[in-house]
Design a protein around this ligand. Structure first.
Ligand code: SF4
Length: 79
């Protein structure tokens, strides 16, 4: 199960996570309101979770109930 970026990232888009990801699985565009994790590239190392200043990143299985829809939102960015 990949890691997932959730609501606190919206409007923040701190780049700390992109700098620590060993497989370059985190992306966004200037237009995107947040960053996203590619579920096919994430190796679940967890490095991004502790560096996120707004604690927006969770393992998919630990997503809070009100953030579960972000799993599909992250994946949709890569469709
Ligand atoms: S858990 Fe690891 S591999 Fe997955 S997005 Fe975060 S830093 Fe990258």
């Amino acid at each position: 199960m990949p890691h997932v970026i959730t609501e606190p990232c919206i409007g923040v888009k701190d780049t700390a996570c992109t700098e620590v990801c060993p497989v370059d699985a985190i992306h966004g565009t200037e237009e995107s309101e947040q960053y996203f994790i590619n579920p096919d590239e994430c190796i679940d190392c967890g490095a991004c979770t502790s560096v996120c200043p707004v604690e927006a990143i969770f393992p998919e299985e630990d997503l809070p109930e009100n953030m579960k829809h972000f799993a599909a939102k992250n994946a949709a960015f890569y469709k």
